[in-house]
Design a protein around this ligand. Sequence first.
Ligand SMILES: C[S@@+](CC[C@H](N)C(=O)[O-])C[C@H]1O[C@@H](n2cnc3c(N)ncnc32)[C@H](O)[C@@H]1O
Length: 352
Amino acid sequence: MRCLTPSLLRRFWGLLPQYLSVGPSQSPNLSPKQSSLRQSCSARPGLLTAPDVVSYWQKVFEKNGIPEARESSEYIVSFVLGAKTFQSLDSEKLRAPLTAVQQEQIQQLSCKRLERMPVQYVLGEWDFQNLTLKMRPPVFIPRPETEDLISLVVEEESRKCEVKNSAFSVAVPPPVILEIGCGSGAIALSLLCKIPQSRVLAVDKEEAAVDLTRENVHRLQLQGRIHVLHHNVSYGSAKHLLPWGPMDFIVSNPPYVFHEDMASLDAEILRYEDLDALDGGDDGMRVIKTILTLAPTLLKDSGSVFLEVDPRHPAMVEDWLTAQPDLFLTLRAVHKDFCGKPRFLHIQKQSR
Ligand SMILES: C[S@@+](CC[C@H](N)C(=O)[O-])C[C@H]1O[C@@H](n2cnc3c(N)ncnc32)[C@H](O)[C@@H]1O
């Protein structure tokens, strides 16, 4: 193993002044944890190959109690080497010595991870449904289970097309979709890619989310089929949203965490993600109720709402809908996520 040259170390220190390795007399206020982080980020040996560096940072992460130490290290090293996963690096790249610049980049990114920054923010991009999307704090990071929400909407659209085609033998117009709470744009953009000619109105109350969705729209060159609206959806929102409707689908992964559960979320979430994107109020249903109250006005006859929810919500939503017969909404199906938990609701507007 090779040591970092003094000039390279100086460059690290210049970039990371908070981790500058100084004598104890110069840093009297450092906690043991801060001292340990400081050591991890500055006084480490240089390493030659990608596997060496992955193992090194895995150990540093483990020592500092960083979750998913191996995965984090692999993602960071692969990213710097221009690959999505460590497994996809070919043997040539695995054997090649890393350049000083690559080591420096890995160091900088790893130090962010040491501060419990989620790896998606560390890398600044993440894949969702085969789309590479820009990620930036504090905009909510799309979770893997949400990919199943896309499949449910796509399946329902295919089913509707089959029924209409066989009944009328005419082309079915492409659907209009409203996404409430678009975040990074993951759901809206995936639906645009999966459902040809569909159009989407993507709404979020946070400017940071709207800006990020717009950046991702431009990245994927989908601006012709989506409108991104900065709007805080409330019971009076129909007049703002209807000019783009009526809708075939309303899709949302709303804030649905019960307020009392918020404090027990991981440090990565609590420190970096917008907590308003998760906090669904006392019963986790604050935004869910708003969406369902608006749905009859916004949807076409037989249009559908697809929601991601907490596993306690299917029964609660069913009870709530029973108590609101004027909404003319029926809970059609509850679907499980890949962990077997009831996670997705399909709610349909009754045709009158
Ligand atoms: C759980 S995140 C989902 C983000 C994205 N759809 C995804 O699945 O990755 C919820 C999003 O809803 C937005 N949001 C919360 N309440 C809202 C409201 N009343 N109107 C519009 N957007 C809202 C938040 O800003 C956040 O971006």
